[in-house]
Design a protein around this ligand. Structure first.
Ligand SMILES: NC(=O)C1=CN([C@@H]2O[C@H](COP(=O)(O)OP(=O)(O)OC[C@H]3O[C@@H](n4cnc5c(N)ncnc54)[C@H](O)[C@@H]3O)[C@@H](O)[C@H]2O)C=CC1
Ligand SMILES: O=C(O)C(=O)CO
Length: 321
């Protein structure tokens, strides 16, 4: 059996093992593949099994891979695959749920705390000598923000949204959740479901945890930002295209949005002219919320289990069933 991993490097830069996948046949592991459909087709060749993390598999590719039977997405978000086109061709697509829930929730809070305290910047200032030369026993470069008593709006109250809420409640934040489906058993004195408009108008912090699908693309835009409080902070650890980046940059530059922290952007790696790079009060990290070794190890383990289950005729974690 021919197996191809299109972009294995970010999952396994050398500190994990591909053996669980390699045991099933001839395995070509590409560190990365050019995203152009011709290059992707070339890398896939006549493989039956393909793994992708972020290499796109659009209809144009899936319709020209006659041997392909299985696509294993090496991530939770599977927006890189045209799942309808795969279903039409009888290709099973699976994802990896839960491996990164704890890491992404933790990272969301790291971004929030960075916006509140700018720990890294303050440390750099001290090392530059600003404290040594200063007249006072302390100084700060930015307004410092206390979270207790504030409200965090969470769009997409699934695994990561709920895990984030749990930590945030520990900081004294009240949670407003918005999801396609509400589950009253998840509500409490400090957590309730609201409509999107209520979430926008009442939240001091808005954090995105819904998948990138047709209905969520561009959900944060000029008009949704207009419904938010002045001075709101926005966090995106989900997918870049959830945000209209020029609209967010404009709102940061005008001060309507006090701060934004994004781990994901519309095009990755980030384009040099992405408007968020020069926007005021914007923290950008290179899509690393998922990447502690602990969570990557769980991801690899689940990828192997997914492949074993598919080959045994009882696939699990299927996203195009
Ligand atoms: N930055 C990173 O490293 C990582 C990012 N992610 C992103 O996080 C996302 C969420 O992951 P999980 O929480 O594990 O997924 P999940 O499937 O457990 O939760 C997603 C939630 O979003 C809800 N949802 C779907 N459409 C919606 C809409 N239109 N409006 C409101 N809610 C909607 C779903 O009902 C579900 O409750 C992934 O889709 C992925 O894009 C996931 C892992 C790592
Ligand atoms: O798991 C995911 O969805 C990620 O974004 C990490 O690649």
């Amino acid at each position: 059996m021919k197996i191809v991993v299109l972009d294995g490097y970010t999952l396994n830069p050398g500190d994990l093992s591909w053996d669980g996948i390699k045991q099933h046949g001839t395995c070509a592991i590409h560190d990365r593949t050019n995203f152009a459909p011709e290059a992707v087709l070339d890398a896939i060749g006549d493989a039956e099994i393909v793994f992708t993390n972020k290499t796109p598999l659009p209809k144009q590719v899936l319709e020209n891979t006659p041997s392909l039977r299985y696509v294993g997405v090496l991530a939770t978000g599977y927006n890189v695959v045209d799942v309808q086109a795969a279903r039409a061709r009888g290709i099973v697509v699976t994802n990896i749920p839960t491996y990164g829930t704890a890491a992404v929730a933790q990272y969301t809070m790291a971004l929030l705390l960075e916006m509140c305290h700018h720990v890294g910047d303050h440390s750099e200032e001290v090392k530059k000598g600003t404290w040594t030369k200063g007249p006072d026993f302390c100084f700060w470069k930015y307004p410092l923000i206390e979270l207790a008593g504030k409200t965090m709006g969470i769009i997409g109250f699934g695994r990561i949204g709920q895990a984030t809420a749990k930590i945030a409640q520990g900081f004294g934040l009240d949670i407003l959740a918005c999801d396609r489906e509400s589950n009253p058993t998840r509500e409490s004195e400090t957590c309730k479901y609201v409509s999107l408009d209520e979430l926008y108008s009442q939240s001091d912090i808005v954090s995105l945890h819904c998948p990138l699908v047709e209905g969520t693309e561009g959900i944060i835009n000029k008009s949704s930002i207009a419904k938010m409080k002045s001075g709101v902070m926005i966090i995106n650890t989900s997918r870049g295209p959830l945000v209209v980046e020029q609209d967010l940059a404009d709102a940061l530059n005008s001060g309507k949005v006090a701060g934004a922290a994004v781990d994901v952007v519309s095009k990755e790696p980030i384009a040099a002219d992405n408007p968020l790079i020069k926007a005021k009060n914007c923290i950008i990290t290179p899509h690393i919320a998922w990447a502690p070794k602990e969570s990557r190890s769980r991801l690899m383990e689940t990828a192997v289990n997914n492949l074993n289950a598919f080959l045994s005729g009882a696939p699990v974690n299927v996203v195009n069933g």
